[in-house]
Design a protein around this ligand. Structure first.
Ligand code: AMP
Ligand code: MG
Length: 404
């Protein structure tokens, strides 16, 4: 049995960033940049007004009220060729370029229009409400660095920088094969002791959430030849993920079946709970991640190992799980040699502080408690007992690195 850290470093070490492809901005959300985004325009392109009002020379309104002659009307996108002289103002609107000679904006609310003239009621300092050219960025500025996963903010910035196509890493293609004689697909005829497969669906959804493309290979029976035949569908994928059949029982066929195909095993046992049996290896150029069959173990192991592997393939590194510290809502006993990930709810104590309350039963078949959990409490190997009110490390399940 190897530790979680050792397994993680062996897995992430086996992958490299996938080649780049070009996508349009509308396809770019969640993709990881393969090349920096560099501005192709200066924004704003000129000194522009930040308000609706009047462009003035600040010195002309040092004493108020001041009467100025309105010599121009400049809307956003328009321009004015003349120069503002002493005693002159230009009616101006948000985003419109300042005329030469003007150095400040008086907002409309501080004026009284009077035909061709305007009465300015408040003084302004030089530069007030003026956005200088290049305030946001200039041509040639680097806006977003390679290796960054694109948010909606980044998509907006790339658009503003006049960069409509982006170079991003190809999405990882992850083949998913569930196994088990007892497992049938939702809606299929079901024998008396058969169960409905959740792993294929949860893992495919997880792959999508991590920015990959899933290839659903179906459910293989616990039969060496049949399993090997279905695993052939992974040819050309960047990774084959299986669920179930990697333990020590005589119906656990994954290692034997893939062994017939030339599987080279890196490791297949890991000191964690849920999920002791976890296989990592490769057949030829195709890496294999054999996840445990229990639905909670499969997803927790996917979060801990599949996600970082996919992050490396997408060129954004093997981001370690973000641990947070919170108070515990119930006592926990000492831990054994396996690193434990306990499903828990996040609650508030009387003082409004977050507390993690572990579910009483942690059986790894209980998908309902995983779906309801807000976080996993991490219990290192051989951890001492902890009492309610003391602090523990958690990995949040939403919004954090471990989003399941
Ligand atoms: P195994 O590792 O194959 O022994 O599976 C461990 C447990 O997970 C067994 O109770 C299986 O019935 C269950 N299991 C395996 N595959 C799936 C699946 N695709 N969906 C739901 N449960 C599964
Ligand atoms: Mg099985």
């Amino acid at each position: 049995m190897i530790s979680v850290e050792e397994a993680l470093s062996r897995i992430t070490g086996a992958f490299a960033p996938l080649p780049a492809e070009t996508v349009s901005l509308s396809e770019a959300l969640g993709r990881v940049l393969a090349e920096d985004v560099v501005a192709r325009v200066t924004q704003p392109p000129a000194n522009v007004s930040a308000m609706d009002g009047y462009a003035v020379r600040a010195q002309d309104v040092a004493q108020t009220p001041a009467k100025l002659r309105v010599v121009a009307h400049i809307a956003a996108g328009a321009s004015f060729e003349g120069t503002l002289g002493p005693g002159e103002a230009a009616r101006i609107f948000t985003g419109a370029p300042l005329p030469t000679g003007a150095d400040a904006i008086v907002i409309q609310e501080n004026t009284e229009a009077d035909g061709e003239e305007v009465l300015v009621l408040e003084t302004v300092s030089e530069g007030r409400y003026v956005r200088p050219a290049g305030l946001d960025f200039r041509t040639g500025d680097t806006g977003i660095l390679a290796g960054h996963r694109l948010s909606s903010r980044d998509v907006g910035l790339a658009a503003a920088m006049n960069v409509p196509w982006l170079r991003v890493h190809r999405r990882p293609r992850i083949a998913i094969l569930a196994t088990g004689d007892e497992v049938v697909l939702p809606g299929e005829p079901r024998g008396p002791n058969q169960i409905v497969s959740s792993n294929g669906f949860s893992l495919a959804a997880f792959v999508t959430a991590c920015g990959g493309v899933s290839i659903h290979l179906g459910v293989a029976p616990d039969d060496r030849a049949a399993l090997a035949g279905l695993a052939d569908g992974a040819r050309g994928a960047d990774l084959l993920v299986t669920s179930g059949g990697v333990s020590v029982g005589e119906h656990d066929m994954v290692r034997a079946a893939l062994g017939d195909k030339g599987l080279a095993v890196d490791f297949w046992k890991i000191a964690m709970r849920p999920g002791k049996p976890l296989l990592f290896g490769h057949i030829g150029a195709t890496p294999i991640l054999g996840l445990p069959g229990n639905p909670v173990s499969a997803l927790v192991c996917a979060a801990l190992f599949l996600r970082p592997a996919m992050a490396v393939m997408q060129g954004c590194g093997d981001a370690p799980a973000d641990l947070e510290t919170v108070r515990l809502g119930a006592d926990l006993p000492a831990n054994d040699r396996r690193q434990d990930y306990l499903r828990a709810r996040l609650d508030k104590d009387a003082d409004g502080r977050r507390v993690a309350v572990p579910f009483e039963r942690q059986d790894s078949s209980m998908l309902a408690t995983l779906a309801r959990a807000d976080c996993l409490i991490v219990r290192p190997p051989l951890a001492e007992p902890v009492r309610a009110g003391e602090t523990v490390s958690i990995v949040p399940l939403q919004g954090g690195i471990l989003t399941i």
